[in-house]
Design a protein around this ligand. Structure first.
Ligand code: GLN
Length: 386
């Protein structure tokens, strides 16, 4: 038989998703793939039950149901500080995974370069391979995960077509400051590059940090493709509802990519989530409080065990330093952790361009009782992993 495509030979399966399967195999508390184990808001679930008996069972308009786009445009217009046109400036996608892929395919030609900050969410590597783009990695340096302006400018000087900005950032928890975003904007303008954002954690930010939408910076709307999703905001990762917001001529092209990739996101689910899109500010304040509580609970627990970790400013991940265990492979460490300790984690090497082997990623988007159980199991990690 002839060989399959070089495209697929170029990457493995997602290690994040693989770790969920491994966690399940060992009945580990799964803190690997980032998704909650608590319920979505009741208003959304009630509406979901009703939609089963209403007329939402056929395709919606390919770029998103009218009701959904209007509710989304209202919500995001208020946040992003400009009136977003639901008809010409939004494409609804199957999760932000499709949004990012569609954005990459809309902006880049094979051979184009894209800047990716490292550490990065592992999908961006695959997005680059699938679209034929070449990543240029720019390091974020701990503990605050700042970039060095001269390194970023050197990357821009290689004439990338776009920069990918995950803000708040998975896995390092960085929330970019206004100054940092403005610097990225100045360079994007100087070197005429697009900025593709992944802002799925836009509502999960810890005080005193604040999320600033890149598209809302002066002059940046024209060159920004904002991608996000409803997964984390309404605890519905399985619904696969995401979107692109961008100027009309970009959205026009993205609509075509999306149409031929997936036709559209699930019609009943778009309808069911509308009460969520219409929630008042108090819902988002509550979400922030809830995650601040979970972050504090989990990080305090890790401190008691004495495991060194990052301090996220946003999103719901923490990187743990496992250097003291002297393991050769972080992947093997995570497999052993699931088996012997009963906690699922993602090997840090999935997120770095450089050979990093001393970090693992855990997330805390779980019920308190689940987090307590995980901490309980982690208590004698040294004994169990020796
Ligand atoms: N963003 C989540 C993570 O990093 C999961 C995303 C996914 O699996 N689609 O774990």
């Amino acid at each position: 038989m002839r060989q399959l495509s070089e495209r697929t030979a170029g990457f493995t399966d997602s290690v994040i998703r693989r770790m969920t399967r491994i966690s399940n195999q060992y009945q580990a508390v799964n803190l690997s793939q980032g998704f909650p184990d608590f319920d979505p808001p009741r208003e959304i679930l009630d509406r979901l039950a009703q939609t089963a008996h209403e007329d939402f069972h056929q395709y919606s308009i390919t770029w998103g149901a009218q009701n959904f786009r209007e509710a989304l445009a209202d919500k995001q217009s208020a946040l992003m500080g400009r009136k977003i046109d639901p008809n010409s400036e939004i494409v609804v996608t199957c999760g932000s995974t499709e949004a990012m892929m569609a954005a990459m395919m809309t902006v880049t030609n094979p051979g184009d370069r894209v800047i990716v900050f490292s550490p990065f969410y592992e999908n961006y590597g695959a997005d680059a391979i699938l679209s034929g783009a070449e990543p240029i990695y720019v390091n974020l340096y701990p503990p605050a995960f700042q970039f060095r302006p001269e390194e970023l400018e050197a990357a821009f000087a290689r004439k990338p077509k776009a920069l990918i900005l995950c803000n708040p950032s998975n896995p390092c928890g960085k929330v970019f400051t206004r100054e940092e975003l403005e610097l990225i904007g100045t360079l994007a303008e100087k070197y005429d590059a697009y900025v593709i954002t992944d802002e799925v954690y836009e509502h999960i930010v810890y005080a005193p940090h604040e999320h600033i939408y890149f598209a809302s910076l002066p002059g940046m709307w024209e060159r920004t493709i904002s991608c996000s999703s409803l997964s984390k905001t309404y605890s519905i990762t399985g619904w696969r509802l995401g979107y692109i917001i961008a100027p009309a001529q970009i959205v026009d092209a993205a609509k075509k990519v999306h149409d031929f990739l997936t036709v559209g996101a699930a019609a009943p689910l778009q309808e069911a989530v509308i009460p969520g899109l219409r929630f008042p500010q108090s819902y988002y304040d509550g979400l922030r409080e809830k995650y601040t509580h979970k972050r504090d609970l989990f990080l305090n627990g890790l401190d008691e065990i004495g495991l060194p970790h990052t301090n996220p400013q946003g999103a719901y991940y923490v990187l743990l330093d496992i250097g003291e265990f002297g393991c050769e492979s972080d992947l093997a460490f995570c497999e052993a952790l699931a088996e012997k300790v009963g906690v699922g984690a993602v090997p840090g090497s999935s997120f770095f361009r450089e050979p990093v082997n001393n970090l693992i990623r855990l997330h805390f988007a779980k019920k308190d009782e689940t987090l307590f159980e995980a901490l309980d199991r982690l208590h004698d990690i040294r004994k169990k992993m020796s």
